[in-house]
Design a binder for this molecule. Structure first.
Ligand SMILES: [Zn+2]
Length: 156
């Protein structure tokens, strides 16, 4: 009787576990589809923005040509400002696309950046000196024998 109960309990746990697993897979699949949809949308934004930038460059060229002798360059400045904005928008979109496609990669990059930032710290503090009890010479921790008198520094 008890054995049957245990068996049933185990079975229901296995079912629950595999259900959880299936849900995880489903969630992952859903996330992937969402990512592809997002990247597709971002790519459309990006190509629109690039077209805008091309149009602004053309406009700038025409303005420059028309105003080359009048010295009237307020409109040229305005178009240049628009070009700046457009170029920043393109950079941001490209970065967003990269991060959406590769969230893992950006995490790893951050981690390695953090590690690189941390690296110098241990070096500056790592050297611990052992003062020789015989002659008072300062020996670095790795040294087995005193550099001053040759006494064995580590008893073990
Ligand atoms: Zn010594």
């Amino acid at each position: 009787m008890a054995a049957t109960d245990d068996f049933l309990k185990t079975m229901s746990e296995i079912t629950k576990e595999s259900g959880k697993y299936a849900k995880e897979l489903f969630d992952k699949g859903y996330d992937k589809a969402k990512t592809i949809a997002e990247v597709t949308k971002l790519n459309i934004d990006l190509s629109n923005q690039k077209r805008t930038l091309d149009r602004l460059y053309t406009e700038l060229g025409k303005l420059y040509y028309v105003n080359r002798q009048s010295g009237e360059n307020e409109r040229i400045k305005a178009v240049c400002a628009k070009i700046d904005t457009s170029r920043v928008a393109i950079d941001n979109l490209e970065l967003t696309i990269e991060l959406t496609r590769n969230p893992k990669k950006s995490e790893t990059d951050e981690e390695s950046q953090n590690e690189a930032a941390k690296t110098p710290e241990p070096d500056s503090e790592a050297v611990e000196l052992i003062i020789c009890t015989e002659c008072g010479a300062e020996n670095i921790q790795d040294e087995e024998f005193c550099i001053g008198c040759g006494k064995l520094l580590k008893s073990e």
